[in-house]
Design a binder for this molecule. Sequence first.
Ligand code: ZN
Length: 130
Amino acid sequence: MPSACDACGATGAPLAKVSLGRDFFGRTYDRLTPSSDRSPAWYCPRCSDEKRMQSDYRVIKAAAEALAGGGESPLADPGTRDRALERLGGIVARLGSGFEPGQPFAQKLLTPAEAEALLSGLKGAGVGGG
Ligand SMILES: [Zn+2]
């Protein structure tokens, strides 16, 4: 077991291996999982949280790109799209507010700007379209 967090390098915090069993849409991770995620990484509690947000961000982004390209996408379902928008909104708010008071996220895995860009892009998609 490593002694430092793989994302922020913190030592002395209890480290946990983030397991990515299923993605945001309930699918098992396969080719969408970046190869860097296949090797085990250990994260402090704060970065574990950030890592989960990054995972959701990534799968929603891939689905948004598929939707924009006219391909099959879980986001074609309005209910699923609403759920993704809600999750992204939560991610933006949480990244901004921090893990705990006085403990901002390292933002090495995901920045609020990235999450916000995807959120506004997805909000625009499908509006008045068809
Ligand atoms: Zn960390």
